[in-house]
Design a protein around this ligand. Structure first.
Ligand code: BEZ
Length: 195
């Protein structure tokens, strides 16, 4: 497995006393297992969320990686999520949690009131060793239905993300199509999506 945690610690010279905004678009929306100073719904422009990254360490295994989200460039699109204002020491924990191919990059966050702030986001690009790439939403749903890892089932990751987006009153056609496919065909015994 490619471990990106050392590169992430090296690439940003963050002042220990200077809080920074971190944009979450995947499990960070619903799993904030770190201290934060503030939390605000936010979005980033020009990016789309896609289940194109492999997970060897959380929602899959080295032999059968699961599928988790990354961001791809999509001019005109908007990706909604949750922003956390954190002190830089938090990245020691998060860089380890998200070490499987994700690098921190700087972006511009837009809050619900239109205010903008610079922030950091974890991004797994197509050249990382765990990248799985594009597949149909039905194929992705079948893959997710069959994947499990130390952090739990891949299906729960998808369903929790879809629910968290609904709780934010946000829509994501890619996520919701995979969720529908999983519930209707790949895992028909699961309950209907939670409101
Ligand atoms: C997130 O929830 O923003 C996130 C997604 C992938 C890796 C790390 C964090």
């Amino acid at each position: 497995m490619l471990d990106t945690s050392a590169e992430n610690q090296r690439r940003h010279a963050l002042h220990p006393d200077q809080p920074v905004w971190l944009f979450g678009y995947g499990s960070l929306i619903y799993k904030a297992d770190f201290p934060f100073l503030a939390r605000r719904p936010a979005s980033i422009d020009g990016w789309a969320r896609r289940f194109w990254q492999g997970s060897h360490d959380h929602r899959g295994t080295p032999d059968h990686p699961g599928r988790v989200v990354t961001l791809i460039r999509a001019p005109g699109d908007r990706c909604a999520g949750m922003a956390y204002q954190v002190t830089p020491d938090v990245f020691q924990h998060l860089d380890h949690r998200e070490k499987n191919g994700y690098l921190r990059v700087t972006t511009s966050l837009t809050f619900a009131d239109g205010q903008q702030q610079p922030g950091l986001v974890y991004l797994a690009t197509a050249d990382n060793a765990a990248f799985l790439g594009e597949a149909s939403e039905e194929q992705i749903a079948r893959h997710i239905a069959a994947s499990h890892g130390p952090s739990g089932s891949n299906a729960d990751y998808l369903l929790q993300l879809a629910r968290a987006l609904r709780n934010l009153c946000e829509s994501d056609a890619h996520v919701f199509a995979i969720e529908a496919s999983l519930l209707n065909t790949a895992m028909p015994a699961r309950a209907a999506p939670a409101k």
